[in-house]
Design a protein around this ligand. Structure first.
Ligand SMILES: [Mg+2]
Length: 234
């Protein structure tokens, strides 16, 4: 892991889905929408699509040794990421599932006093904007990087380097926060960024207390290789 000199920290780059909110029902809706997209593409039932997606995900995960994203699974099955996300935009209703949490809003307000805050997500800009607005997080982040900026989903080293360059942050100045180590954190950590795994509200809220006036408190929670959570997001 990178040697942490938290005093250098200038920016925090958050994943969105599963990190700034956790909602299993909406994660399941995303998975169901992806199955419906593959079902329409292959002229099969959604049930069949779900089965072949699960099989493809397992195969890709075994081949690569890392958790696979919905984007990667859909591409493997002959779909393409822009079409998948257009389908998501047309069919997903995050407002029906998500719940605004004032504690997260207050957290980002306090962090924004000290750091530049950004979002880097495998979600698309339309849905990211809707989710951020609904959660009351719009206006609290300086930059938002979505999959449709490049159509290259996380994990992607070139995109991580691009995000750092656009934010004008060196790796040691940029803390990445996400809920999937393989997808959100492994590459930034390899590039020398501090990383923090957050898979529930408790862990997200604890982030604030790991960052002291002098920077990040060296902690077992930071840059620790965790077990991967269920891979049900985009
Ligand atoms: Mg996530």
């Amino acid at each position: 892991m990178a040697e942490l000199d938290g005093a250098e920290l200038k920016g925090i780059i958050f994943d969105l889905d599963g990190t700034l909110y956790v909602c299993d029902r909406f994660a399941a809706e995303i998975q169901a929408a992806a199955s419906a997209y593959i079902a329409a593409l292959k002229q099969i039932s959604s049930t069949e699509a779900g089965l072949i997606m699960a099989a493809a995900r397992l195969r890709l995960t075994e081949e690569s040794g890392t958790v696979q994203t919905i984007s990667a699974v859909c591409t493997e099955l002959g779909g393409n990421v822009p079409d998948l996300h257009y389908f998501f935009e047309q069919n997903l209703q995050p407002e029906a599932y998500l719940v605004r949490d004032e504690r997260v809003i207050r957290l980002l307000e306090r962090l924004a006093e000290k750091f530049s805050l950004s979002i880097y997500t495998n979600n698309n800009r339309v849905l990211t904007t809707r989710i951020m607005n609904f959660l009351g997080l719009d206006g609290l982040v300086d930059d938002i990087f979505t999959i449709d900026d490049t159509w290259r989903g996380k994990p992607d080293e070139d995109v991580v380097r691009r995000v750092l360059a656009l934010l004008d942050l060196s790796p040691r100045e940029a803390l990445f926060v996400g809920d999937r180590y393989d997808v959100d954190l492994r590459l930034p950590e390899q590039l020398g960024c501090p990383v923090y795994l957050s898979q529930n509200l408790e862990q997200l809220l604890r982030l604030e207390y790991l960052i002291t006036p002098n920077g990040i408190t060296p902690s077992a929670d930071i840059s620790k290789v965790p077990a991967d959570p269920p891979a049900v997001q985009s």
